[in-house]
Structures are given as structure tokens and as C-alpha cells.
Design a protein around this ligand. Structure first.
Ligand SMILES: NC(=O)c1ccc[n+]([C@@H]2O[C@H](COP(=O)([O-])OP(=O)(O)OC[C@H]3O[C@@H](n4cnc5c(N)ncnc54)[C@H](OP(=O)(O)O)[C@@H]3O)[C@@H](O)[C@H]2O)c1
Length: 338
């Protein structure tokens, strides 16, 4: 099969197509022929060697996709062969074929296209777990979504609006503002032109917010904490600003300073909570994942929500797709067709 095997950390030029042996399903596993792959920001960090969850080199990047079950291992019902599935994994999806435990090959959502199914799982589950499970979102909450025009961001805006919340978001360009406005957001701030914390208070009659979905770290984290109302909740689900150069002491210092930390005394003074979540840990608990999946897909189907696919590429354009995501110009999800 063809796959994009990462041999060395570095720039997008390392994402060349190689030929590899087809993987074979073992007990309780399925082999899926992928038709479309969903890209995630973690894969940029993984390619650069900055992702703590990555295995040793060489390995095939890629966390999710959509395709057809082509073969099954022992312990898997043969009727699954031919089933259209969404695949969620830590690695291995930048390929024509992938093997995953059968619990990580989920039935597609019938109302979604192939590309929408490839775009859904990682970012929507992340937004769902952050908002609903950690922050226990209520319809009366006022919410701030950082990086609101991205994959997780557009999912989070849609979930919070569908819950009935007042929702604000930050973006890094005017073009992105238009996209999040089209999702019904109550207020959006281009943080390159305006101070997001001041603007949120202006729009919200001087008050802060009850919930923040934070993905950047550093100063954005500190200023988001300062915006929380009493009983507020912030969930940290990403660290997009962390860009460590191991050989540069200044970069090490900057990175350490940017890692979000909590100060329990300060939390007590203003009565707020800080949480964090990572899907990688949750994948190890199939029962928990299955219940999260049921809740999320029922909500999305009832409210007729869909992932926003901003860009599509072909398999031999993976480097271009990475360049786009890294440039911070992408909106919604990037999908690569196999
Ligand atoms: N915890 C988990 O399990 C989990 C799972 C999936 C994703 N995540 C995290 O969630 C975040 C969003 O992921 P995604 O895949 O949906 O990506 P994305 O939001 O589509 O792309 C990343 C966006 O982050 C924004 N950003 C803000 N500050 C940045 C900085 N200093 N450097 C680079 N980008 C910056 C940029 O938008 P603006 O320029 O508009 O701000 C950029 O477009 C990432 O941090 C990712 O690691 C976590």
C-alpha cells in the first residue's frame, strides 16, 4: 500500500509517499481501506517532534479517516466486512489502509458525506468532552471559544450555540470572522486588531464569561483565566503556541513559561475551576468512549449539526495541506482524499 511514513522530524517536505506492506488485522482488529483522512493540529506538532504522544520514528502519521472495512481479525463478526466506518487512532491514518481495534472503527453518520465523516471524530469529540464533560455546559452559560474558526473551534461554537449559550470567539483574521459569524456566534474578536479580553467584557455588559475552551497556552491562557466569572470553568485542550527548540535556552524558557499552570489559592479567591482533557487517554477506555460517542452523535443528529470542511486536498498534496494548517490560514477541517 501507499502511506506517508515520517522518517525524520521537521518540515512538510518530510511527508513523501512511500510503499509499505499492507497491515494485517490481529485478534479483535479490523483492516480499513481509507477513502478520506481528517487532519489535526497535533499532526503538525507530531511532524515537528513536539508531540508527547508520538511513537518513535519512523511511523505513519494520522489520527482519523473514513473508509470501508476490508478484512477482520479473529473475534470480529465477518458481517463487518464492507461496512463504511469512521476510524479514530493515535497514528497510521496517512495511508491507504489502517488496522485498528474494532471498537475504534465506528459506524458512519448517515446524514454526513464521506468527507464530513472523515472530518468529525477527533475535533468534535474534543470539543464535546471539553465543554460538556469537563465544563458541564449549561444553557445559561456565557462561553468563550479560542481559535473559533478552526476545526475544534467551529465544532465548539456549534455545540455551545445549540445548547442555547451566549458564545464569543477569537480568530486571527477578518476572513475567519465571517465564517464564525455564519455559525450564529454572538460576538467575534480578531485578536490581532483588538484585545480579546476587553472586547468580551464590552460586549457582555462588563461581565466576564462562565466557560472558556482554551487551545493556545501562554498569555492567552492567563488572560482567559482572568476573564472567568465566579463559578467559571476553563478547559485546556491544546497548546498551539508551544514551539520548543530543544537547543535554544531562550526557547526552553519561553516554552516552560507558556505551559498553563494553576494556582489553587487564586482559584479559591475567585471561585473558578480549571480542567484539561486529551482524547488519547480516553481512547484506552472503549466503554467510556462509546458512551461519549452515543451522546455526541445523538446531539449532533437531533440538532442537525455538521462539521465545517474548509479545505480538501489529494493524497499526494499532504505537504501542502500541512503548510496550510501551519500557516494559521485554514478554516474548519482540512480533509485529504485517498
Ligand atoms: N486534547 C485533545 O485531545 C485535542 C484533540 C484535538 C485537538 N486538540 C487541540 O485543539 C487545538 C485546535 O486543533 P485543530 O486541529 O482544530 O486545529 P485548528 O484550530 O484548525 O488550527 C489551529 C489554529 O490555532 C490558532 N492559533 C492560535 N494561536 C496559535 C499559535 N501560537 N500557533 C499556531 N496556531 C495558533 C490558529 O487560528 P487563529 O490564527 O485564528 O487563532 C490556527 O489556525 C490544537 O491546539 C490541538 O492541539 C486537542
Amino acid at each position: 500500500m501507499h502511506a506517508i511514513l515520517l522518517q525524520k522530524h521537521g518540515g512538510p517536505e518530510n511527508l513523501a509517499i512511500s510503499t509499505m506492506a499492507d497491515p494485517e488485522p490481529e485478534d479483535n482488529e479490523v483492516l480499513v481501506r481509507l477513502k478520506a483522512i481528517g487532519l489535526n493540529y497535533a499532526e503538525i506538532q507530531s511532524r515537528k517532534g513536539l508531540y508527547g504522544w508520538a511513537p518513535k520514528l519512523p511511523y505513519v502519521l494520522g489520527m482519523e479517516g473514513c473508509g470501508i472495512v476490508e478484512a477482520v481479525g479473529r473475534g470480529v463478526d465477518e458481517s463487518r466486512i464492507g461496512q463504511q466506518v469512521i476510524v479514530a487512532a493515535q497514528t497510521g491514518a496517512y495511508a491507504e489502509k489502517i488496522v485498528v481495534p474494532q471498537t475504534q472503527a465506528l459506524p458512519v453518520l448517515p446524514d454526513f458525506s464521506l468527507v464530513e465523516n472523515a472530518a468529525f471524530t477527533v475535533q468534535w469529540m474534543t470539543a464535546w468532552v471539553g465543554l460538556m464533560k469537563i465544563c458541564r455546559l449549561q444553557p445559561t452559560d456565557t462561553v468563550l471559544i479560542q481559535a473559533a474558526a478552526g476545526g475544534v473551534g467551529t465544532a465548539a461554537v456549534q455545540i455551545a450555540k445549540a445548547m442555547g449559550c451566549k458564545v464569543y470567539g477569537t480568530v486571527g483574521s477578518d476572513r475567519k470572522m465571517e465564517l464564525v459569524k455564519s455559525l450564529g456566534i454572538d460576538g467575534v474578536i480578531n485578536y490581532r486588531r483588538q484585545d480579546f479580553a476587553e472586547e468580551v467584557r464590552k460586549m457582555n455588559n462588563g461581565r466576564g464569561v462562565d466557560v472558556v475552551l482554551e487551545v493556545v497556552g501562554g498569555e492567552v491562557y492567563r488572560r482567559s483565566i482572568a476573564l472567568l466569572n465566579p463559578f467559571g470553568r476553563l478547559v485546556q485542550i491544546g497548546f498551539a503556541s508551544l514551539n520548543l527548540n530543544k537547543w535554544n535556552p531562550l526557547s526552553i524558557y519561553r516554552t516552560l513559561r507558556a505551559v498553563p499552570r494553576v494556582n489553587v489559592s487564586k482559584m479559591a479567591e475567585r471561585s473558578y475551576a480549571v480542567g484539561a482533557s486529551h482524547l488519547g487517554y480516553l481512547l484506552k477506555d472503549p466503554q467510556l468512549m462509546s458512551s461519549v460517542w452515543q451522546d455526541l452523535t445523538s446531539f449532533v443528529t437531533e440538532r442537525r449539526l455538521k462539521p465545517i470542511v474548509g479545505h480538501e486536498f489529494n493524497f499526494d498534496q499532504m505537504a501542502e495541506a500541512h503548510r496550510l494548517m501551519e500557516s494559521r490560514q485554514s478554516t474548519g477541517k482540512i480533509v485529504v482524499r485517498v
